[in-house]
Design a protein around this ligand. Structure first.
Ligand code: NI
Length: 157
């Protein structure tokens, strides 16, 4: 288990499309453990593999309800919408307003490559959308409505 370096906006790797995971081997398991450690260390609610420099379709999420590991995630249903602040560990000190579905259903594989279904509303729905975007090289800053704010500006708002 180790903390990995988080890639920041401007790093080309964050704009690439990630590859499907075909099998989970020891290296994949180490990567997932490190992603969780790195996310918790940085106080994030989600992290995608490209953020630690690995172009694989893996994301981890914890909105305070325990860790969720999603391998090859696919969003299969969305409904409603929510508009609110969003941030990203790869865009430190910034936040912006993004509209996302308010409900998301996704399918993914767990660390044993067992397929499962997951649903989320509110923050979980937002996190699933945000992290899945990373796997296609999309950062939330391209979806911000209005200005990207600094943390100081947010506190004043
Ligand atoms: Ni992010």
């Amino acid at each position: 288990m180790a903390i990995r370096n988080i890639r920041e906006i401007g790093d080309e790797i964050l704009t690439k499309t990630c590859r499907e995971v075909k099998e989970v081997n020891d290296r994949t398991k180490d990567l997932i453990d490190d992603m969780l450690d790195t996310m918790y260390e940085a106080n994030g609610v989600g992290l995608a593999a490209p953020q630690v420099g690995v172009l694989k379709r893996i994301v981890v999420i914890d909105i305070g309800e325990g860790p969720v590991v999603m391998i090859n995630p696919r969003i299969i249903e969305t409904s409603g919408s929510q508009t609110g602040n969003e941030g990203c560990l790869s865009v430190p000190g910034k936040a912006g307003v993004v509209t996302r579905p308010d409900y998301v259903k996704a399918v993914a594989f767990d660390e044993n490559m067992e397929e499962y279904e997951i649903e989320g509303t509110e923050l979980m729905a937002r996190a699933i959308c945000h992290e899945c975007d990373h796997l296609d090289g999309i950062l939330y800053v391209s979806k911000v409505e209005g200005e990207l704010l600094s943390s100081e500006e947010l506190e004043e708002a």
